[in-house]
Design a protein around this ligand. Structure first.
Ligand code: ATR
Length: 278
């Protein structure tokens, strides 16, 4: 790839950001399609200053990750309605006309989650149990509601779970009642099962027979214990890299107007994780 006077600028704002897989994924897509663009990791010393820099320096598209997804919203010219409901922005699009700049914030995490699930199960009209009530659960939960699913929420801390369930206008399921739940899909949005604590499970594995599809958002390891236990009980499984990949694909299309090269982006993620085969 040659960087020249026409190279379009993209990147990710986060702190920490050095372990982000997004530069590998987006730069591989640019290279594959011959897009003259570059995507860099950025850790702003101050978010407002960093954001002003992006506007001024001609950036086209920027991803936003932890801990800036909520705080960035105060700075933008517009925030799309679903991102507003989720309460977090992970995608910035800078549109320029002469010296004027307009920056719109959106959220592609919910699009990524829906597309990942839709590969095995159309969520419309289906019942989906969401485990967790943090930022990831909000994106997944509001996304499922957008897609017409019946959502159920469960969470270790009941007050937080009930709060999200109320916002989604859906039932909260306390841990003691989980055994009674039957649903089309289960999605783990917590970090339970992530390396190094790969033995932990977000739900009693004997309950996994109550679900047709089990999806995890943890992708390190790619096959979490949850997915392994689910597969062993005959559930279809969706790994955590799918949501990451598809939220990136949605960003790529928004920024470039091109269809994302899915296979190339997935391979770039696997390579960045040190996984050489599917
Ligand atoms: P994120 O923005 O990545 O979703 P978060 O806002 O910190 O992260 O939310 C983490 C979610 O994972 C929460 O639902 C949390 O449960 P609590 O509300 O009880 O804290 C859940 N979580 C994290 N570690 C957990 C664990 N060991 N067991 C069960 N739930 C856990």
């Amino acid at each position: 790839m040659t960087i020249d006077g026409h190279t379009r600028l993209f990147g990710i704002l986060g702190d920490p950001v050095e372990h982000s897989l997004s530069p590998a994924m987006h730069n591989a897509a640019f290279a594959h399609l011959g897009v003259n663009g570059v995507y860099v990791p950025m850790r702003p010393a101050d978010l407002a200053d960093g954001y002003r820099g992006l506007r001024s320096l001609g950036f086209v598209g920027v991803s936003v990750t932890v801990p800036f997804k909520v705080a960035i919203m105060d700075h933008l010219d517009a925030v799309d309605p679903v991102a507003r409901k989720i309460g977090a922005v992970n995608t910035l699009l800078f549109e320029r006309s002469g010296t004027a700049v307009r920056c719109t914030g959106s959220n592609t995490d919910w699009l990524g989650a829906n597309r990942a699930l839709a590969e095995v199960l159309d969520p419309a009209g289906r019942t989906v149990l969401v485990i967790g009530a943090g930022g990831a659960a909000r994106a997944v939960g509001f996304g499922l509601v957008e897609a017409g699913a019946r959502v159920l929420v469960t969470n270790r801390t009941e007050a937080k779970g009930r709060d999200l369930a109320a916002q989604l206008d859906c039932p909260f399921i306390p841990a003691a009642e989980l055994a009674q739940v039957r649903a089309d899909a289960l999605i783990n949005t917590t970090s339970v099962g992530m390396a190094p604590r790969t033995d932990s499970l977000p739900i009693d594995p004997n309950l996994l027979t109550h679900f047709s599809v089990v999806m995890d958002i943890v992708y390190a390891p790619l096959e979490t214990r949850l997915l392994r236990e689910a597969a062993a009980r005959g559930c279809r499984t969706v790994d955590g890299l799918k949501m990451l990949q598809y939220q990136g694909a949605a960003q790529f299309s928004l920024w470039t107007g091109r269809e994302a090269p899915d296979a190339v982006m997935r391979q770039a993620l696997l390579t960045a994780l040190g996984i050489n085969h599917l």
